[in-house]
Design a protein around this ligand. Structure first.
Ligand code: AMP
Ligand code: GLY
Length: 420
C-alpha cells in the first residue's frame, strides 16, 4: 500500500507518524512535506494547492490512498480530482469543504438547521455594514467570508475598531477576495474546546477533545497565531457537555450537510465555545486542526489507516476508534517575532526519538534549518495533564535553534479548570 499525505506542517507530520504504525503501508509520500517530515516520508516539492499537478504525481507514483490534510486543496477540490483518477482518499469533496471555505455558507447552514451559534448578519455592501455597526452590540466579531489563513477574524472591542475592521476587509481588501462578503456576529464568551471528529456522512465519532492556545504570548496576550500549543483532553468538556454537543451540534451538522446534498466525509472539526447559554459553534474546519492533531493522534490507540479506510467504505460504524486514558500536551516552538516578522535559516538540534512534529523547517545540505514561523511542536503523553505538560517542557529543553520562542503557560488554563 502506497499512501500520499498532502500538506507540509506539524499536523501532517503527526498524521504521517501515526500512519506509520500500520505495517501494511510500504511507503508514504508527502506533498510537499518539509525537512522534518523527510525523516518519515518521501517529500515531493509540489505546492499543496496545485491539485492538478498533485493528481498527476499521485497517478505516476501508483498511490493507493491519499490523505488531503490542509484546507486550501480541500476547498479547491483535491479530493474530487484524485477520486476522478480512481485514487481513494480521506477528506471531504469540494461541495462539502465549503463548510470551512465559506463562513457565510456555514452560518446560514447553522441558522437553517437550528445548530447553536453566535447571532449574525451577512453583508456584501460596506455602507450597509457600517450603518449596522452604528447600533450593533459591542464588542462584536467581524469575519471575512473565505479562507484567510486563519486570520480572517477580528474581534472589535469598540465601535470604531469594528468600523475599521469592516473597511480593512471590504475596502482595503486585507484578506483579498475573502472580504467581498463579511459576517458580523455576536461576541460570545466562555472556554473554547476543539472537537475533531471522524465521519463518513452517516456516523460521527468524536475524537478526544482538546484546547488550542491561539495567542502569541503568555496569558492569552498578543496577536492571534495558527496555534502556540495544545492539550488533550480538554477538562472543560465534560461527559454531559459531550452528550449535549452530540445531540445538538454534531449529528445535526452531519444531517444538515446530507440534506444540502453536500455529504461530509473525513475529519470535521468543531470549534466550540461553552457559553452560559450552552455550547455554540464558533467555526467548522473541514480537516484536522493544527496543532490539535499533535495531541489528539498520539492518544489514538486504534489504527488510523484502518479508520480512514472505513470512512472511505462508509462503514465507520464498524471501525474501532479507541483513545487512551492518558493526557497529552504540545508546546509549539516558533521563530521569535511570529506571527509577524521573523528570521529563519538557523540549524535545529533535536532528539529524533521523541514525538516532535516539524512544521517550518527545511533540509539544507542535509542540515535541518528553520524555515517558518511555527517551527515544530513538542508533544508528550503522560498519565495526567500536569505530568504531560511537565514532560513536554522538559523535552523542549532538548531542542535548540537560534531565536526560538515558545509560550511558557501551555495548559495552565486547563489545569486551573481541573482544580475548580
Ligand atoms: P476562528 O478563525 O473562527 O477560529 O476565530 C478565531 C478566534 O476568534 C476563535 O478561536 C475565538 O477565540 C475568536 N472568536 C471567533 N468568533 C468569536 C465570537 N463570536 N465571539 C468571541 N470570540 C470569537
Ligand atoms: N487550530 C485551529 C485550526 O486548525 O484552524
Amino acid at each position: 500500500m502506497k499512501v500520499l499525505v498532502v500538506g507540509g506542517g506539524g499536523r501532517e507530520h503527526a498524521i504521517i507518524k501515526k500512519l506509520k504504525e500500520n505495517e501494511t503501508i510500504e511507503k508514504i509520500y508527502a506533498i510537499p512535506g518539509n525537512g522534518g517530515i523527510a525523516q518519515d516520508a518521501e517529500c515531493i516539492a509540489i505546492p499543496a494547492n496545485e491539485i492538478e499537478k498533485i493528481t498527476e504525481k499521485a497517478v505516476e507514483l501508483g498511490i493507493d490512498f491519499a490523505v488531503v490534510a490542509p484546507d486550501d486543496p480541500l476547498v479547491l477540490g483535491a479530493v474530487d480530482s484524485l477520486n476522478a483518477k480512481g485514487i481513494k482518499t480521506f477528506g471531504p469533496n469540494k461541495a462539502a469543504a465549503i463548510i470551512e471555505g465559506s463562513k457565510v455558507f456555514s452560518k446560514n447552514l447553522m441558522k437553517k438547521y437550528n445548530i447553536p451559534t453566535a447571532k449574525y448578519e451577512v453583508f456584501d455592501d460596506m455602507e450597509k455594514a457600517l450603518a449596522y455597526l452604528e447600533t450593533a452590540p459591542i464588542p462584536t466579531v467581524i469575519k471575512a467570508d473565505g479562507l484567510a489563513l486563519g486570520k480572517g477574524v477580528i474581534i472589535a472591542m469598540t465601535r470604531d475598531e469594528a468600523k475599521d475592521a469592516v473597511r480593512s476587509m471590504m475596502e482595503d481588501k486585507i484578506f483579498g477576495a475573502s472580504g467581498n462578503n463579511i459576517v458580523i456576529e455576536e461576541f460570545l464568551e466562555g472556554p473554547e474546546v476543539s472537537v475533531l471528529s471522524f465521519t463518513d456522512g452517516k456516523t460521527v465519532v468524536p475524537m478526544i477533545s482538546s484546547m488550542d492556545h491561539k495567542r502569541a504570548l503568555d496569558n492569552d496576550e498578543g496577536l492571534n497565531t495558527g496555534g502556540m500549543g495544545t492539550i488533550a483532553p480538554n477538562p472543560y468538556y465534560t461527559d454531559e457537555i459531550a452528550k449535549e454537543c452530540m445531540e445538538k451540534i454534531f449529528i445535526p451538522t452531519i444531517e444538515a450537510m446530507n440534506s444540502e446534498g453536500r455529504s461530509f466525509s473525513g475529519c470535521l472539526y468543531f470549534g466550540l465555545m461553552l457559553t452560559k447559554n450552552g455550547p455554540k459553534v464558533i467555526e467548522y474546519n473541514c480537516r484536522f486542526g493544527d496543532p490539535e492533531t499533535q495531541v489528539v493522534l498520539p492518544l489514538l490507540e486504534s489504527d488510523l489507516l484502518d479508520i480512514m479506510m472505513h470512512i472511505w467504505d462508509k462503514t465507520l460504524d464498524k471501525a474501532e476508534v479507541e483513545f487512551s486514558k492518558n493526557s497529552a500536551a504540545c508546546v509549539v516552538m516558533a521563530s521569535a517575532g511570529y506571527p509577524q516578522k521573523y528570521e529563519s535559516g538557523f540549524e535545529i538540534k533535536m532528539p529524533y526519538d521523541k514525538n516532535i512534529y516539524v512544521a517550518g523547517a527545511k533540509l539544507d545540505g542535509g542540515v535541518l534549518k528553520t524555515a517558518g514561523g511555527r517551527v515544530l511542536g513538542v508533544t508528550e503523553v503522560a498519565d495526567t495533564l500536569e505530568n504531560a505538560i511537565e514532560k513536554a517542557y522538559e523535552t523542549v529543553k532538548q531542542v535548540s535553534f537560534d531565536n526560538a520562542y515558545y509560550r511558557k503557560d501551555i495548559g495552565k488554563k486547563a489545569l486551573a479548570a481541573k482544580v475548580n
